[in-house]
Design a binder for this molecule. Structure first.
Ligand code: TYM
Length: 334
């Protein structure tokens, strides 16, 4: 069976957006608009798997929407919406909870990392989270999903759920969606510790560049980024054991839309005294205009809410068709 080339991707409004979210996801969402029908979601139902202050959640939801718009997603040609406005996500997730196996969920490394020693005390939602993510994607029969590397295992689970549903009920009903994990920065690391992923929960404020950071903050964080005393090598492979340096070169490459090797063709042999100011200048040049645009959108909440509502109305239409079919297939009277 053939499926429409459709992209679905989501970002959790669970804190301030950072450079990892931008380079690993949002920036890569933009060119897909040329070739695919795209649905970009603010996954607020995922955010509440850990406690969110309700007032801050609404603001963070608008911040993700503003980032999509500022990066260049066309909300008229494509769809931007927040997940909780389309009930089909929760409905399909329940059915997938009954398709997915406990053993599959127990293998999810992100759950293990997030729950840590506290596994008995985290929400049931945090454990079931990957089945809601599968529902997000398959509700629209999306064929392609651009994500950072940390979401790869969740995508594999999505494919397992789709395959089991097809196998249990109706052959070829759901596509097996392909992850798109491409580019130089699919795993941006902390600026203070090259073994840790850049994330919203990092304790040192110097470790993370936020999308709403001003020019001075961006430049300062790059200047203070941890490095080693060696000059940059000529070959990218020689950065294998120099995690912090490798991270900065990868960030440069992703921001400049070139390969990490091309960065080294230019800066190989130079020390960080030369490379860091060049990176800071590039980062400011690329991020500052977007920052300004995000703030402009955020000044008009009503406009963002209207865009989300309009997107949700269009998403709901697609979702309705899938849910009607799914209910028939499962044997629910509707
Ligand atoms: P979330 O909100 O944690 O992250 C959003 C996107 O940013 C990417 N990302 C990174 N990429 C590179 N380096 C980093 N340090 C970095 N940190 C985050 C993530 O890989 C992701 O692409 N479960 C998802 C949200 C989700 C979703 C979906 C995604 C829910 N339903 C359906 C795609 C399709 C999440 O928590 O992403």
């Amino acid at each position: 069976m053939s499926f429409t080339n459709r992209v679905f991707a989501g970002i959790k409004p669970s804190g301030d957006l950072h450079l990892g979210n931008y380079l690993g996801a949002i920036k890569r969402f933009v060119p897909l608009q040329e070739t695919h029908e795209c649905i970009y979601c603010v996954v607020d139902m995922h955010a509440i798997t850990v406690w969110q202050d309700p007032k801050i959640l609404a603001q963070s939801t608008r911040e993700v929407a503003a980032a999509y718009l500022a990066a260049g997603i066309d909300a008229k040609k494509h769809i931007i919406f927040n997940q909780s406005q389309v009930a089909g996500h929760a409905e399909l997730a329940w059915i997938f909870n009954c398709v997915a196996r406990m053993g599959w969920m127990q293998r999810m490394t992100q759950f293990k990392d997030k729950a840590g020693k506290n596994a008995q005390n985290v929400s049931l939602g945090l454990f079931a989270y990957p089945s809601l993510m599968a529902a997000d994607i398959l509700l629209y029969k999306a064929t392609h999903v651009p994500v950072g590397e940390d979401q790869k295992q969740h995508l594999e689970l999505t494919r397992d759920i789709a395959a089991k549903f097809n196998n249990d009920f109706e052959k070829d009903f759901f596509p097996l969606p392909e992850p798109i994990i491409t580019g130089a920065a699919t795993r941006v690391m902390s600026l203070r510790d090259g073994t840790k992923k850049m994330s919203k929960s990092e304790s040192s404020s110097l470790a993370t560049i936020y999308m709403l950071d001003d020019e001075d903050a961006i430049a300062k964080k790059i200047k203070k980024a941890r490095t080693d005393p060696e000059p940059l090598p000529q070959n990218f492979d020689d950065l294998e054991n120099r995690l912090e340096a490798k991270n900065l070169v990868s960030i440069y490459a992703a921001l400049a839309d070139i390969s990490p090797q091309e960065v080294l063709n230019q800066y190989g042999g130079e020390g960080f005294g030369v490379f860091k100011p060049a990176l800071a200048q590039l980062a400011v040049e690329k991020l500052a205009p977007m920052n300004k645009e995000m703030r402009r959108y955020l000044d008009d909440k009503a406009q963002i809410d209207e865009i989300l509502k309009d997107g949700a109305n269009r998403a709901r239409e697609i979702a309705k068709t899938t849910m009607k079919q799914v209910k028939d297939i499962v044997g629910f009277i509707s």
